[in-house]
Write a protein of this length. Structure first.
Length: 243
């Protein structure tokens, strides 16, 4: 079975195994991608935040602890929504069970829109970018991360579950649907070039303020060997955009 969008997280076995992997202290999400997200965000005190593809909302919990005045999450998986609502039992948050494509975006409500490793599931990018821009207040920020295009270009390297020593980059300029073997399932993702992300943001009117490829920082690694391995190829691409 091929899973689209967040539907794979409603597979009970996948959901359990994903959370085990995702919540590891040494997960690449935590030690490579997350520090860049925090660097781009800066102080969230007093801000209204929208999180697209919020998952179990552990990130939202952190933002509320740091003074975010209101946190809103949008998530398509019923398992993730249940986990998020159980975690965020506060009047300062709201979780919506909807996909990014189907949700009704309010106008000029948020200081900050975040999406961490979810946008590469979208088939049509610009309509979502346009809706996000409309949902931001003037000079509001849109920060998002995706799998790096060198990884999404070809899934040949993803076929094996063993620790990789080499990666295959192929069909880079052939954008579109990819089938990724992931935690025992087949998941639909959409490959786009670095240029395509940039041009789509520019086309809907965003100003791209900063871009990072998440170069690993040795201070977050317990193993020198793992740090050196992660220095070989980028895993993530992060954009910071201004309305």
């Amino acid at each position: 079975m091929d899973y689209k969008g967040s539907s794979v997280y409603d597979n009970a076995d996948f959901f359990y195994n994903y959370l085990l992997r995702r919540n590891r202290a040494d997960s690449p999400n935590n030690i490579i991608e997350k520090p860049v997200i925090y660097d781009f965000m800066g102080d969230v005190l007093g801000k209204k935040v929208l999180d697209l593809g919020c998952g179990d909302a552990k990130f939202g919990y952190e933002l509320l602890e740091q003074g975010c005045i209101f946190y809103e999450g949008v998530e398509g998986s019923s398992n993730m929504v249940k986990a998020a609502k159980e975690l965020l039992n506060t009047s300062k948050s709201e979780i919506h069970h909807a996909t990014m494509e189907s949700w009704n975006y309010p106008k000029e409500k948020y200081d900050l829109v975040i999406s961490r490793l979810a946008i590469h599931y979208l088939q049509d990018l610009e309509p979502i970018f346009d809706s996000i821009r409309s949902a931001l207040i003037p000079n509001g920020q849109f920060i998002f991360s995706v799998q790096h295009p060198v990884l999404t270009s070809s899934m040949k390297s993803a076929i094996t579950s063993e620790r990789k020593s080499d990666w295959i980059v192929d069909n880079y300029f052939e954008m579109g649907k990819r089938m990724e073997p992931w935690i025992g399932e087949s998941v639909v993702k959409y490959h786009r070039t670095f240029e395509e992300y940039f041009q789509s943001l520019k086309h809907v009117g965003f100003k791209i303020e900063d871009i990072r490829e998440c170069k690993p920082n040795p201070q977050f690694f317990n193993s020198v060997g793992e740090y050196k391995r992660r220095m070989r190829i980028p895993l993530f691409l992060v954009f910071k955009c201004i309305k």
